[in-house]
Design a protein around this ligand. Structure first.
Ligand code: SF4
Ligand code: SF4
Length: 147
């Protein structure tokens, strides 16, 4: 498992000292206590198999990368786990599929509504419009990624 993760760009798990700095700085862990980067790494090193935690919960914020004293790069391990999950034929969680469908509609990660533009106007921001050319590019990328 470790060599498979390395092939996918994962940092060096064997340098992990299980200090927990990654978990204590993880914004997802503050909401979902069960998502725990330290435990993800610990279970891979100890049991040499895919951990049961859902790698799709990671928000890619990079805080764990900044805080790790061993430069393990926990986020890279979680991204590699996603790739392995995909390669092994595991379906994407439904929320990920919904998220991608939303992006395909407008190129945005949230539905564009009159209310959101009204809030922008009150904040002195310009009206948000769909950029059709950019949207087509995004759709092309998603299509090549299998969506
Ligand atoms: S911060 Fe780094 S060394 Fe500490 S538990 Fe997380 S990955 Fe391991
Ligand atoms: S990159 Fe992922 S695992 Fe790391 S702190 Fe952010 S949400 Fe947590």
């Amino acid at each position: 498992m470790i060599s498979r993760l390395r092939e996918k760009g994962a940092g060096d798990l064997l340098k992990c000292i299980q200090c927990g700095s990654c978990t204590s700085s993880c914004i997802v862990n503050t909401v979902y206590e069960s998502f725990n980067p330290r435990r993800i790494i610990g279970s891979i090193v100890r049991f040499n198999k895919l951990p049961e935690q859902d790698p799709w919960l990671c928000s890619s914020c990079s805080k764990c990368v900044e805080r790790c004293p061993q430069r393990v790069n926990p986020m890279s391990i979680i991204m590699a786990l996603r790739m392995i999950n995909y390669e092994d034929g595991n379906a994407f969680p439904s929320r990920v599929v919904e998220f991608v469908e939303q992006i395909k509609k407008s190129g945005l990660i949230f539905p564009l509504s009159k209310e959101s533009n009204e809030k922008r106007r009150l904040l002195g921001l310009s009206e948000l419009k769909i950029d059709e050319e950019g949207l087509n590019e995004v759709r092309k990328i998603l299509s090549e990624a299998g969506f």
